[in-house]
Design a protein around this ligand. Structure first.
Ligand code: PLP
Length: 366
């Protein structure tokens, strides 16, 4: 039995019939850019998470970059982010000439640690980016007062948390703006690259839309220097179909997570815990085990696609060596990087598949 980390084929099978007609229509009418489904999706996604605006983008990295620019982050500004995240969070900051300031994560949830953020604030801090890692919502409310005191903005990285809520409010609506990714493997994934900015702020929304359309509101009237970052019509068709299923798919992820947690209880596998007040959406099910690389190899030998998110904290990557940190700078992120093991997680995973994952895993840890 081959069990992938993420199974996108089952998702496609579920929406295939529904998207066939609309996709053909986009192609036949050559509505490739800014076709009707783009606006339909933007409105539907905004409504689904309770945001005033959703602006479709070409990918999540662009979305973060433009959200940051739109809230006023620029050259030389400092932006505080967790050391354990996908590299795109830091790239978006670097691309606008700002400086990513890394902080350690909390040892239980591996989310940005508000106390570490407080100590990292300087006169140059212009934004804080809580990353809603693994489908959990970061404790944004604890960062809001720190941000306000520093005159900084909260820009959420909601790439891994479509549909997640904290105290009833959705990820992507908790700060001034948020960037999200619809990379195929995300909880809401396109058939290629796609992303969006969400915000309740009208002027941020206008600026993001302008920035993504070569700095123009009207064709050939370029008010600022922007870039080209648009959500393709074809992707909007796919995303509309998947958005209709997002809530159900997230519930199935939750059920699968509960099964893993129950079946691994009492073993030496440390299972993930949801923070109080969170409705997490289990983008990843991240356990922690001793001798992780050997366990990962045993799973791979049994054709089980486990993963590591992420093997190298940002400060230890070659790309961000210039930030000047060393091993030991962020001990929680570093220790967890050696232990974390993401088990196969997707809405269509079956109890039989999970049973196999758990039995191979328990055998491997001995
Ligand atoms: C936490 C995080 N931030 C940002 C991104 C960037 O998104 P994209 O790959 O769509 O550019 C991703 C996903 O890849 C992500 O997981």
């Amino acid at each position: 039995m081959n069990i992938p980390l993420v199974d996108l084929i089952s998702q496609q099978a579920e929406i295939a019939e529904e998207i066939a007609g609309p996709l053909l229509e986009v192609l036949q009418n050559a509505q490739f850019i800014a076709g009707v489904p783009v606006g339909d999706f933007e409105r539907a996604y905004a409504e689904a998470i309770g945001a005033r605006h959703c602006i479709g983008m070409a990918n999540g990295t662009d979305a973060l970059e433009l959200a940051l620019r739109a809230v006023g982050v620029g050259q030389g500004d400092e932006v505080i982010i967790p050391a354990n995240t996908f590299i795109a969070t830091a790239e978006a900051i670097t691309r606008i000439g700002a400086v990513p300031v890394l902080v350690d994560v909390d040892p239980v949830h591996l989310l940005i640690d508000p106390e570490k953020v407080r100590s990292a604030v300087t006169g140059l801090t212009r934004a804080i980016v809580p990353v809603h890692l693994f489908g959990q919502v970061a404790p944004v409310e604890k960062l809001l007062s720190i941000a306000a005191g520093a005159g900084a903005m909260i820009v959420e990285d909601a790439a891994q948390a479509q549909g997640a809520r904290r105290h009833g409010r959705a990820a992507g609506t908790l700060g001034t703006a948020a960037g999200t990714s619809f990379y195929p493997g995300k909880n809401l994934g396109a058939a290629g690259d796609a992303g969006a900015v969400t915000t309740n702020d009208d002027s941020v929304a206008t600026t993001v839309r302008m920035l993504g359309a070569h700095g123009s509101r009207e064709k050939y009237v370029h008010e600022i220097v922007g870039m080209n970052s648009r959500l393709d019509t074809v992707q909007a068709v796919v995303l509309l179909a998947k958005l209709r299923r997002l809530h159900g798919w997230n519930s199935r992820r939750g059920e699968a997570a509960d099964r893993y947690t129950e079946w691994l209880a009492g073993s030496d596998v440390r299972t993930p815990l949801s923070a109080e007040g969170n409705e997490d959406v289990w983008h990843l099910y991240v356990t922690r085990v001793a001798d992780r690389d050997r366990v990962l190899a045993a799973l791979a030998a049994a054709s089980i696609g486990a993963g590591i998110h992420y093997p190298t904290p940002l400060h230890l990557t070659e790309a961000f060596a210039s930030l000047g940190h060393i091993r030991g700078s962020f001990p929680v992120a570093e220790k967890s990087a050696d232990e974390i093991l993401s088990l196969p997680m997707f809405p269509h995973i079956t109890p039989e598949q999970q049973d196999r994952v758990v039995s191979v895993l328990l055998d491997a840890i001995g």
